[in-house]
Design a protein around this ligand. Structure first.
Ligand SMILES: Cc1ncc(COP(=O)(O)O)c(C=O)c1O
Length: 418
């Protein structure tokens, strides 16, 4: 039995069966590559689902972890430490927000955002305003797996086994302004969006829809809440994807690459929203700990120093251009979209989506397929054009073989009929 087979068998016996893992055992990483137990290197175009933005074995992250771990790893939120205000300053400056709350993951950040919105609506009611408790979320949305996050996530398969879900959530058709207007009322306390939906298939909001969500929220005192857990932290070429629209939400959430692979989430909000929380109403044991914050600070500073935003925009444009070239050549690609290093190639069938991920794996390249038919690329920010070229060459080969296979099947079918 290989080591992978042993681990696979042990997990099958010991773990709650939540994951359908690819049969690979990774033991190390370097730059844009992860390395399996045989020493095989894989080009990682998914970066741990958008987490390992600065690449593997980055000395900036390693040094921050080493230094802080020798000083203080955990202290709880009963006491001060040096990291939270330092990181909050960096994040508020870059997101246009006023205040931060730190937690351990994306879903927790989203959960805090929902709690803030309901608490804020309560505060407004106590001040005589008419704002209800309902959330408007979007079709194809994904916000995480805890109850509030799951309840505002559109895909039924994520919610149905766990009902009853949190009440007071209605889904609006993506980019359908008329549907948004029809469903908005004084009952709504928050409109929930991803400026570019991630799990939903790299689908951007239209300018018109986003602007109307802002306008409607302003008309009653409801909040506009933008989930930037996947699109934020510079991935799209700006710190937050909403900055491409010139629209400022009342609350935003960050996580994924924030602490270079350590668990850290942040909810950021305006002064107006922050006044709905006071000491004791929300909290966490681990959230915003000294270790994660020290790494978060190092990540933000390294991104700035290395000009990552401009770099992501430029490499992303190169990647998109190459994918558009492939689309012209291969009918199987029906759409190419994205911004910066948040990129999708939508295929004409779910079977081809699965097959392409497997074929890329055979060529030592990691990608995934989301929303059944959408190949998703969330590469590390240190990606270079040569890596893009390697990925495009592999995709070209796969789609060429696929087309040849289809032609052969069609001609065999034709001969049989003839
Ligand atoms: C937009 C968005 N929100 C929330 C989450 C949940 O984050 P986490 O898995 O860290 O809980 C994700 C994760 O993929 C996400 O993409």
């Amino acid at each position: 039995m290989t080591k992978l087979e042993q681990i696979k068998a042990a997990e099958a016996r010991l773990l709650v069966p939540t994951y359908d893992r690819n049969p690979l055992l990774f033991t190390a990483g370097e730059g844009v590559y992860v390395i399996d137990e045989q020493g095989e290197r894989y080009l990682d175009l998914l970066s741990g689902i958008g987490v390992n933005a600065l690449g593997y074995a980055n000395p900036v992250i390693e040094n921050a972890i080493a230094e802080q771990s020798r000083k203080l790893i955990h202290i709880s939120n009963l006491y001060f430490h040096e990291g939270q205000a330092e990181l909050a300053l960096r994040l508020t400056e870059r997101t246009g927000m006023d205040r931060a709350f730190f937690c351990n993951s994306g879903t927790e950040a989203w959960e805090a955002a929902l709690k803030l919105a309901r608490a804020h609506a309560g505060l407004l009611r106590s001040e005589g305003k008419q704002v209800g408790t309902k959330f408007l979320a979007l079709e194809h949305s994904f916000h995480g797996r805890t109850y509030g996050a799951m309840s505002t996530t559109h895909k039924a398969k994520y919610r149905e086994p766990f009902g009853p879900v949190v009440p007071g959530v209605e889904f609006v058709k993506l980019n359908d302004v008329a549907d948004l207007r029809a469903k908005f009322s004084n009952d709504v306390c928050g409109i929930l969006v991803e400026a570019i939906q991630g799990e939903g298939g790299i689908r951007p909001l239209t300018q018109e829809f986003f602007a109307e969500a802002r306008r409607l929220a302003d008309s009653t005192g409801a909040l506009l809440i933008a989930d930037e857990i996947q699109a934020g932290m510079g991935r799209t070429g700006k710190w937050c994807a909403y900055q491409h629209y010139g629209i400022q939400p009342d609350i935003t959430t960050l996580a994924k690459p924030l602490a270079g692979g350590l668990p850290l989430g942040a909810v950021l909000c305006t002064e107006e929203v922050a006044r709905s929380f006071h000491a004791g109403v929300h909290g966490t044991t681990f959230g915003g700990g000294p270790l994660a914050c020290a790494v978060g600070i190092a990540v933000v500073d390294a991104m700035e120093k290395d000009g990552m935003l401009a770099r992501n925009a430029a490499t992303g444009e190169y990647f998109l251009e190459k994918l558009r070239g492939l689309k012209k050549k291969h009918d199987a690609i029906v759409d190419v979209r994205g911004k910066g290093l948040m990129i999708a190639a939508e295929l004409d069938s779910a079977d081809l989506g699965k097959k392409t991920v497997k074929e890329m794996l055979k060529r030592n390249i990691l990608i995934n397929c989301t929303s059944d038919t959408v190949l998703r690329f969330l590469p590390p920010y240190i990606l270079e054009r040569a890596h893009v070229d390697a990925a495009i060459a592999a995709l070209d080969e796969i789609f060429t073989e696929h087309a040849a296979g289809q032609a052969a099947t069609a001609s065999a079918g034709g001969q049989q009929r003839g």
